[in-house]
Design a binder for this molecule. Structure first.
Ligand code: NAD
Length: 344
C-alpha cells in the first residue's frame, strides 16, 4: 500500500469483507484536517480488485481537494463496493456496508456516487448516522446530482466567457459523454440556454430520449472526443483525457462532471499546451457535495447551497486568471490552492 502510486499519506484505508451478504468494500479516508472525510460510495464491477483500491485512493484524495476548494468544513473520503459478480440481495449488501461505515466511527460520512441511489442511503441509515443524501428526515438533501449538474452548467458558462469571450451559451456546441444522473440534467440546462448538444452513452434508451427532448445529435461512445465542439463535457467515468484521446479533442474547453478526468497528472499541462482550457473536475463538480454538506450541517438551507455555487464560480474565475497570469495549467493552480487550504 505504501508504495502504491496513488497512495498520498491517506489517514486510513479500511477494507471490509462480509461473505454472507457478498460485501467487499474499501473506505478510504484521505485527510480530515477540515472535518470528517465526506464523499460518495461507488458500486462498480471491477475487473481486478486492485483497480478498486486505485479508485478509492484517487477518489478520496480528490474529495479532500474538492471539499477544500468548495470551502466546506469537510475532509476527503470515498468508498467503493466491489459489485458481486453473482446475484445478490441489495438490502443485505447495503446493511453490511452501513455497519462498515459505522465501524469507521464518524471519520467518514457517505452519500451517493455511481451505481448507488437514495434508496441505498436509506438502508445504510438503518445501521449508521454517518450518511447523507437521504430522501427524508429533518435535513434531507436527496439526490445530489441535480445540484452537481447546476454547478457544472454554471462552470461551463464561466469557462465559455473566459475562453471564448461570450456571455451566452446560445449556439455553443457541447459534446456530452454520459447521460446519467448528472449528464442528463446538465443537458437540460444547456438546452434551455440554447446550446447545441452532441451526446453519447452506452445506453441507447437514454440517447433516444435526449434526441427527442433536446434535438441532440447522437454519436458512438468511441467518437465523442473527436466531434467538432466548443466544449467537451465528460460525465461518465474518469480517465477520459489521456495521451491517446487528447490529440482527438477538438473542443477548446473541457468541463464535465466526471471525477478524475485526467488519466495522468501530466495531462493538465498537456491540455494547456494544446490551447485547451481544462476546468479542474473536482472544483467544477462540487455541487453535489455542497448539497450533502448542507444536510450534514443539520439544517438544509437552499440559500446557503446557492451561495456556495456562486462561490464556486468565483473560484473558477480565480483559477483561470491565475493560470493565465503564471503561464501554467489550471490543474496545477487548483492543486496548489487545494493543498494550501488543506494545510491551513
Ligand atoms: P451515472 O451512473 O448516473 O451516469 C453515468 C452515465 O455514463 C450512464 O448513463 C452510463 O451509461 C454512461 N457511460 C458509462 N460508460 C460510458 C462510456 N464509455 N461512454 C459513454 N457513456 C458511458 O453517474 P452520475 O451520477 O451521473 O455521475 C457521472 C460522473 O460524475 C461520475 O464520474 C461521478 O463520479 C461524477 N460525479 C457525480 C456526482 C453526482 O452528484 N452524482 C457528483 C460529483 C461527481
Amino acid at each position: 500500500m505504501f508504495d502504491h502510486p496513488d497512495f498520498d499519506d491517506h489517514e486510513g484505508i479500511h477494507v471490509f469483507s462480509d461473505p454472507k451478504s457478498g460485501l467487499r468494500a474499501i473506505i478510504a479516508v484521505h485527510n480530515t484536517n477540515r472535518g470528517p472525510g465526506a464523499g460518495g460510495t461507488r458500486l462498480w464491477s471491477y475487473a481486478d480488485p486492485r483497480d478498486a483500491v486505485t479508485d478509492a485512493l484517487r477518489l478520496s484524495k480528490a474529495m479532500s481537494y474538492k471539499n477544500a476548494m468548495a470551502g466546506l468544513d469537510l475532509g476527503g473520503g470515498k468508498a467503493v463496493i466491489l459489485r458481486p459478480d453473482v446475484e445478490f440481495d441489495r438490502t443485505a449488501l447495503f446493511e453490511a456496508y452501513g455497519r462498515a461505515v459505522e465501524a469507521v466511527g464518524g471519520r467518514y460520512i457517505t452519500a451517493e456516487d455511481v451505481g448507488v441511489s437514495p434508496d441505498d442511503m436509506r438502508v445504510i441509515k438503518t445501521q449508521t448516522d454517518f450518511v447523507a443524501g437521504l430522501d427524508d428526515g429533518p435535513a434531507a438533501s436527496g439526490d445530489p446530482s441535480p445540484v452537481t449538474a447546476e454547478g457544472v452548467y454554471r462552470g461551463i458558462k464561466v469557462a465559455v466567457h473566459h475562453a471564448l469571450g461570450v456571455a451566452s451559451l446560445k449556439g455553443i456546441r457541447v459534446a456530452v459523454q454520459g447521460l446519467g444522473h448528472v449528464g442528463y440534467g446538465l443537458c437540460q440546462h444547456l438546452h434551455e440556454a440554447g446550446a447545441q448538444l452532441i451526446v453519447t452513452d452506452i445506453n441507447q434508451a437514454v440517447l433516444e430520449k435526449a434526441e427527442a427532448e433536446f434535438g441532440a445529435s447522437l454519436v458512438e461512445p468511441s467518437g465523442i472526443q473527436a466531434v467538432e465542439a466548443d466544449v467537451y463535457a465528460p460525465c461518465a467515468l474518469g480517465g477520459s483525457i489521456s495521451k491517446d484521446t487528447l490529440p482527438d479533442i477538438k473542443a477548446s474547453i473541457i468541463a464535465g462532471a466526471a471525477n478524475n478526468q485526467l488519466a495522468s497528472p501530466d495531462m493538465g499541462e498537456a491540455c494547456r499546451a494544446r490551447g485547451i482550457l481544462y476546468v479542474p473536475d473536482y472544483v467544477l463538480n462540487a455541487g453535489g457535495i455542497i448539497n450533502v454538506a448542507a444536510e450534514v450541517s443539520g439544517t438544509y438551507d437552499p440559500k446557503w447551497v446557492k451561495s456556495k455555487l456562486d462561490e464556486l464560480e468565483v473560484t473558477l474565475k480565480t483559477i483561470f486568471a491565475e493560470a493565465a497570469k503564471q503561464g501554467v495549467s489550471t490543474d496545477s493552480v487548483a492543486n496548489e490552492m487545494a493543498k494550501e487550504r488543506l494545510n491551513a
